[in-house]
Unconditional design. Structure first.
Lengths: 134, 786
């Protein structure tokens, strides 16, 4: 069964939110595919950058479950090539922001075992704290 | 006699089907052929040069060219002969392309056999050709423009400014056409009414333009550069004095009128009274009464408008008036109708109130800033592209060319008026081809209008809130769309206006496979038709936007001006004449001529006045001695053409001779070939000036030469330039039948049929039916003694 795109006020609100956070006019995306074709990480992505743009335009919140935005290194290859002047990395950043603000803690500090605390270098715990904990 | 025969390959159009080598071999034994050559394109400069050099070097005195239909290049080759110092009337053409290679493209054997017969016919006829002098007629200055939309307005103004006497006929009570109904125009967003209304006013005020609104063309006769027009003016029921000074426009009648009906000009978005002015910018700005809505005119006693009129200007007794006039040239600018979206029942137009057409949306958007607007749009609006076009389900494969841009325009205007509206355009391809269009498309995207690639499959109404549920796919993300819209706009395509059909029939204009009028050449004669003196402007020729329409209208005007700029024009001298040595002075022909062109001279011989004769050939059958004849289609020429066409027939084969009149039937047969339709391979077509030229003697001779059936084709009586001749044709057939019966040829083997320009399928059916009839018939023994 193919995925369904539901267009209603809540999906439009999600689109509006990403538009505002990224500052990009996402409706300008023509789905030409230049971004995906040149992306150095595309082979590891579950959604290609153009698909990320499409899902965002259509307000599909499941785009947040994709790992594409986390793989985006903001190398800006797509940005300098986009015929419509869009900055896809800014959209990826906006999606990361939304995901992070959902306060989903990937690690719970008080659940780290004593053994781990003893073995891990302190910088690893600091980094994990920054990236995976809201 | 030294005949030059030329076979044109037509760049493969002919030579890939017809085996020209075999044609050449078949002509091997025929005497008098001095030269027999093949060329890739006879009509090209090189091809013509070849003919000219041959004529001069080999002293040719007759030329036969096998190529396309004479309606395309007969003129070209006649002038080629003239350049070589030969009279243009010693030329015959054999129609290898439309009648052979295109009609029988999948049966090269049949096409080749037919080609051999046709060229034999032309060669036999050319032996009897002789020099003729062209007739010269003074050129006139009068032009009819049919249709008062933007194309007709532009053409009229260009023509009038060049000093032509223009009659502009519009069937609606106001000019302006479809363009006047648009809100704004893409991509500049100029208000349509604002840019067209000054032009409309200019038409009304121009001293060289006679404007006839509320008027329809009933009939046109004539040909080449003289057209007799009959027009019918519908009543307005308002006294129409000069300047309409009787009516003051006080509107008291409108206030008094008790009847409200949907305002057609506003696409039913608002209502109007039964007495009304058609539109705010109407030209002429005059009231009229809607005959179907008015209570008085429907037989009730209401006279409220007449009672309140202080000027006593209302006149219920007005009737339609018929006017007749003559023009020298015609511009057809009959425009488009939008395709009825009910042809696509899946979209529920007419059933769901929140599904509207593009034209309705024009009016909705035009009123959107009113408070409150007559029709609101809600929060989520969708557009479905290509409704009715690019769709084999509706039989229209063409792109309507304007819908992408008008949808983008309407979406943009709506977004500007209501920034919070969520707007989607469902499209298959966006075609933003014009100057500034792609930029306009991008601008609409930057305004937040969302484009979904995919044609919506079906619409459904939510019974609770009357919103429109969409069933479709976003083919870019390969996901099914599920959404509810407050309003769904069907971006309906456009088709040739229905009222054009009558015009097509009476002017004998052909249509192309998309249903629009056919231009004479798609590249180099884009505004000409194949009817001399008739030109096309605007969407009647094919879908186009306003800039293209205006450009084409000016082009049509320029072509008219160029044609009429010649002081006089030449017409073929295909008129009747008398072989004095055969005339015994019986005078039977005199009363047969509907133009009174035949008189007896002092030596009691019949005499034809060239000034009066129109070349219909109706008189010829009346002469018992074949003393009357027609230049270009003499008895000896036609006997020879018939004999040549049947010369290759074997006992096992069946043959139908179609005598095709030059104005209608021959062109229909050409169009059948152009459309790649096919019909029985037994058919051999011979061109004649009109059906009445075929005398009983010719019919009998045709059977004696081995034909199994005859079809005589003519224009429909009503639109024929020889309307009187049908009676004579039927008499000729009857006379022939009464003899043929005695030698065992049944009446059903001689068919008379009338073909209007679009009747391609009818032509195919009629000849195929006749082919079925003769399958079981016996061929008559050749007996040429009679």
């Amino acid at each position: 069964m193919a995925n369904k795109i539901i267009i209603d006020d809540s999906t439009v609100a999600f689109f509006n939110l990403i538009s505002e956070l990224s500052g990009e006019t996402i409706t300008l995306c023509d789905q030409c595919g230049t971004c995906s074709g040149g992306c150095p990480f595309v082979n590891d992505m579950d959604l290609m950058p153009s698909q990320l743009m499409r899902k965002t335009l259509l307000g599909q919140e499941d785009v947040l479950e994709s790992k594409t935005m986390w793989l985006c290194a903001t190398c800006n290859t797509c940005t300098v090539r986009c015929p419509r002047g869009l900055d896809v990395s800014k959209v990826a950043e906006a999606l990361r922001q939304v995901k992070l603000r959902q306060s989903l803690d990937k690690i719970k500090l008080n659940e780290i075992s004593d053994e781990e605390l003893k073995e891990l270098p302190p910088i690893a715990i600091v980094a994990a704290n920054r990236k995976l904990v809201s | 006699m030294r005949i030059g025969v030329y076979l044109c390959q037509c760049g493969g159009n002919i030579s890939k089907v017809v085996d020209l080598q075999r044609v050449s071999e078949a002509l091997h034994d025929i005497k008098d052929i001095t030269i027999l050559k093949e060329h890739s394109n006879m009509c090209s400069g090189a091809g013509q040069k070849l003919i000219i050099e041959d004529i001069q070097a080999h002293r040719l005195d007759r030329v036969v060219i096998a190529s396309c239909s004479p309606q395309f290049h007969e003129k070209t080759f006649k002038s080629t002969l003239e350049k070589a110092g030969l009279n243009p009337y010693v030329l015959e053409m054999a129609n290898f392309r439309e009648h052979c290679s295109w009609t029988h493209r999948s049966e090269p054997e049949i096409a080749t056999e037919k080609a051999i017969d046709l060229i034999r016919s032309s060669i036999e006829k050319v032996r009897h050709d002789y020099p003729l002098e062209k007739k010269k007629i003074a050129m006139g200055n009068r032009v009819l423009v049919i249709g008062g939309g933007v194309a007709g307005i532009q053409a009229s103004l260009d023509l009038a400014n060049a000093g032509k006497e223009v009659t502009l006929v519009e069937k609606e009570p106001t000019i302006g056409g479809n363009m006047a109904m648009l809100t704004k125009t893409f991509p500049t967003e100029d208000c349509a009414a604002c840019i067209i209304s000054p032009k409309m006013a200019e038409v009304q005020d121009h001293p060289n333009i006679r404007l006839l609104t509320n008027t329809e063309i009933v009939n046109t006769t004539g040909h080449r550069l003289r057209f007799e027009i009959t027009a019918q003016k519908k009543p307005r029921f308002i006294k129409d004095t000069i300047d309409m000074d009787q009516c003051l426009g006080c509107e008291k009648c409108v206030e008094a009128c008790p009847v409200s009906v949907p305002n057609q000009w506003e696409q039913g978005i608002t209502d109007r009274k039964a007495i009304y002015i058609p539109a705010a910018l109407a030209i002429p700005y005059k009231y009229l009464i809607d005959e179907d809505a008015c209570l008085h005119l429907q037989g009730q006693s209401c006279r409220k408008c007449a009672d309140v009129c202080p000027q006593n200007a209302i006149d219920f007794s007005q009737k339609s008036e018929t006017t007749q006039f003559t023009v020298d040239s015609v511009v057809v600018a009959t425009g488009f109708d939008i395709i009825d979206p009910r042809e696509k029942p899946v979209f529920g137009y007419g059933k769901y109130k929140n599904v509207v057409t593009g034209l309705e949306m024009e009016r909705i958007v035009d009123h959107i800033s009113e408070n409150p607007p007559p029709r609101d749009v809600g929060n989520r609006v969708g557009f479905i592209q290509c409704v009715g076009s690019r769709d084999e389900q509706t039989g229209r494969e063409y792109c309507s060319r304007v819908c992408c841009m008008y949808a983008i325009k309407l979406a943009s205007l709506l977004k500007q008026a209501r920034p919070n509206t969520d707007i989607y355009i469902f499209y298959t391809d966006i075609r933003a081809f014009g100057k500034g269009y792609e930029e306009y498309y991008k601008k609409s995207q930057s305004m937040g209008i969302k484009f979904i690639r995919g044609k919506v499959a079906e619409l459904e109404e939510n019974p609770e809130n009357k919103k429109i549920i969409v069933h479709g796919e976003d083919t870019l993300s390969r996901q099914i769309i599920e959404a509810e819209f407050d309003l769904m706009v069907l971006s309906t395509g456009i088709q040739l206006s229905k009222s054009s059909d009558k015009i097509a029939d009476s002017l004998k204009l052909a249509k192309s496979s998309d249903g629009f009028f056919q231009e004479a050449h798609p590249k180099f004669r884009p505004v000409d038709t194949l009817v001399e003196g008739v030109f096309l402007a605007g969407t009647a020729q094919g879908p186009k936007d306003i800039p293209d329409t205006v450009a084409q209208a000016s082009a049509a005007a320029a072509r008219v001006i160029g044609t009429l700029a010649q002081k006089e024009f030449e017409v073929d001298p295909m008129l009747a004449f008398v072989h004095e040595d055969l005339c015994d002075g019986c005078g039977a022909c005199v009363s047969k001529c509907p133009k009174s062109a035949i008189q007896m001279n002092s030596e009691n011989k019949a005499y034809v006045s060239e000034a009066l004769c129109v070349g219909c050939g109706s008189c010829i059958a009346s002469c018992p001695h074949e003393a009357l004849d027609l230049h270009g289609y003499t008895n000896s020429q036609l006997y020879a053409a018939i004999q040549g066409a049947l010369a290759g027939k074997t006992d096992a084969q069946k043959r139908i001779i179609v005598f095709a009149d030059d104005s209608c039937t021959y062109r229909v047969a050409d169009a059948v070939g152009i459309r790649k339709m096919t019909y029985s391979g037994d058919v051999r077509i011979i061109r004649i000036p009109s059906a009445s030229r075929i005398t009983d003697k010719l019919i009998i001779y045709t059977f004696q030469q081995g034909a199994d059936g005859i079809l005589i084709g003519d224009c429909p009586e009503k639109s024929s330039r020889f309307a009187w001749s049908k009676q004579q044709t039927l008499e000729n057939i009857k006379a022939a039948q009464s003899y043929l019966k005695t030698i065992g040829i049944e009446n059903k083997r001689i068919v008379f049929a009338e073909f209007a320009s679009g009747m391609l399928a009818d032509f195919v059916n009629r000849v195929n039916q006749l082919a079925d009839v003769i399958k079981t018939s016996e061929t008559v023994q050749v007996n040429s003694n009679r």
